[in-house]
Design a protein around this ligand. Structure first.
Ligand SMILES: [Zn+2]
Length: 548
């Protein structure tokens, strides 16, 4: 408490000094950086978290009133720090959201084999993808099995060798490392497929049985962004229909010839491409219900000091939305406050903005509080597809999502930093605040592709996603156990609220390290680069085959 008080006092004096001298007032830039970092205080951080995580905001569900108040709060705070509004409408960039689902009783899936037609049963046998744009969808076509639907000529592998899927419906296994459903859909569209049927492996069935999820099929609408010309996130209008089927239904779809489902599973396990037409036709149809709403990203900018480099941007991002109010009978407390997910990330970003506004680097620095992350990275995906500054002028993304301060933290992890020149910067920034720099402790979770930084990566922008590691400075603490307990028992639950332990001192040092990363990139002569031969750089970076 006393330490916090003296920090607040010195911060006040600093603001006065900076206002008189200006950030370049003859002192070394190192002094300026330190003074700017000292503007970040524990009580400011805690104040943001208490407000954004309060019951009054009802879990900040995108497009709900609580989120709107949170967005207003972020804009107000940024404005008070001297950050300029940089949305498309003042501070805001409205993201048009479409909710869409399958109209009740409209789904239809029939297998046609040798003059015989066998209908499948909705929910028992299959789920159907609703269409975010079209009100009704239908297609009848032959089915071609294409394994994982992967085309990787560089690895000497293709599931598409020797099969023609033009005008056909593909049957494809979900998953495969580094092979997002986006990449697969793009490949299918490029080859002229008109629909897809998603297959389950024994492994996916073991993780979650069809029986345990079938009653929830089609009960809740999906959400995507949609713009005026009917473009929607991850939407491929060429794919007229889409469904997922149970293993029992897949056995019926495959039959025995030319290949049984069992044989497909075996080839799949052996990593062999075994693509083949199944000698069967299917007809799929459904009607979709639509409703449209919107929710804003909040965007501010601190202008760079170098006349040239000010036209380039370091972009900080943190999602502001969370999952709203629980409808579960079991939850006594129904408000999912999202204190860690991601009130704390936004709070840290706000304090970073405060420091950076006081000591602007050569490049401009943009701050984006993102909407609809919880519905599938929609706010960030909308931003990178409808950027308010040219995408090519964005040199780096630094994202925050759910850093945990459950114990005095000893180490930081920067997901994604190993792919680019940002590794050294992140490591030094962590060390400057007394943190050890650790490698990804949970590579199996592939977290780098699971939060908003991935939207930037897909447009070729090098990114880091900074989180805390498993190690505590208190040796009696089992950090990993506490971390995993949070993921298992509190993540997306009403208990992710202000009653969770928060080591504010660690949060403060984290905010400082996080700020140092942006300042270092902002002042560097060169913009960050993907490492030579890096997977993400090759795929998405400048000059790559997927470059937009
Ligand atoms: Zn979340």
């Amino acid at each position: 408490m006393t330490q916090a008080f003296s920090r607040a006092g010195s911060a006040f004096l600093l603001i006065a000094t900076l206002a008189v001298c200006g950030p370049a007032g003859g002192q070394s830039s190192k002094d300026n950086t330190n003074k700017a970092l000292d503007l970040i205080t524990l009580e400011q951080l805690e104040g943001h978290v208490r407000f954004l995580g309060s019951d009054a905001l009802l879990g900040r569900d995108a497009a709900e009133a609580g989120y709107g108040i949170a967005a207003q709060y972020v804009a107000e705070r940024l404005g008070s720090m001297g950050v300029e509004a940089a949305g498309s409408d003042g501070w805001f960039q409205s993201v048009p959201l479409r909710r869409y689902g399958i109209a009740r009783g409209s789904a239809d899936f029939v297998i046609h084999r040798g003059g015989e037609s066998t209908p499948l049963v909705y929910r028992d046998d299959y789920s159907m993808s609703a269409d975010p744009v079209r009100e009704s969808s239908e297609a009848r076509a032959e089915v071609v099995y294409v394994g994982h639907g992967v085309h990787a000529p560089a690895q000497g592998y293709s599931d598409y060798d020797g099969v023609d899927v033009r005008g056909k419906i593909i049957a494809v296994f979900r998953g495969a490392y580094y092979s997002s459903s986006r990449t697969k859909s793009l490949e299918a569209v490029k080859r002229g497929a008109i629909g897809s049927i998603s297959l389950r492996t024994r492994k996916s069935e073991a993780r979650q049985t069809w029986a345990s999820r079938k009653d929830r099929i089609g009960r809740r609408p999906s959400t995507t962004w949609i713009n005026g010309d009917g473009r929607a996130a991850r939407y491929y209008p060429e794919l007229l229909v889409g469904a997922a089927i149970s293993i029992a239904a897949a056995e019926r779809l495959f039959g025995v010839s030319p290949m049984s489902y069992e044989e497909a599973l075996e080839a799949n396990l052996a990593g062999k491409a075994a693509s083949t037409p199944l000698g069967v036709e299917v007809s799929l149809s459904a009607r979709s219900t639509h409703s449209t709403t919107s929710s804003p990203n909040v965007i501010g900018v601190v202008r760079g000091t170098d006349p040239e480099l000010a036209n380039e941007y370091v972009v900080y991002s943190a999602h502001l939305d969370h999952v709203g109010v629980s409808t579960s009978e079991e939850d006594e407390d129904k408000i999912r406050n999202g204190v860690y997910d991601n009130a704390i990330g936004v709070a840290l970003m706000l304090e970073t903005a405060r420091a950076i506004a006081a000591a602007p680097p050569k490049r401009s620095v943009m701050f984006i509080a993102l909407t609809a992350e919880e519905s599938g990275l929609l706010g960030s995906d909308f931003f990178v597809n409808n950027p308010t500054v040219p995408m090519a002028s964005i040199v780096a993304n630094i994202n925050l999502d759910m850093p945990l301060f459950l114990y005095p933290v000893a180490d930081l992890v920067a997901f994604g930093s190993q792919h680019s020149s940002m590794q050294d910067i992140a490591e030094k920034s962590a060390a400057d605040e007394g943190f050890v720099f650790s490698p990804d402790p949970m590579p199996e979770e592939v977290l780098f592709v699971r939060s908003d930084q991935y939207s930037f990566v897909q447009k070729g922008v090098p990114a880091v996603y900074l989180v805390t590691g498993f190690n505590s400075t208190d040796e009696s603490v089992d950090g990993e156990a506490l971390y995993r307990d949070h993921l298992k028992n509190h993540y997306h639950q009403p208990s992710d609220d202000i009653a969770r332990p928060i080591d504010w001192e660690s949060a403060l040092r984290f905010a400082r390290a996080h700020t140092r990363i942006g300042l270092a990139i902002g002042n560097d002569e060169d913009r960050p680069t993907w490492n030579e031969g890096d997977f993400f750089g090759e795929r998405f970076g400048r000059g790559s085959r997927d470059e937009p």
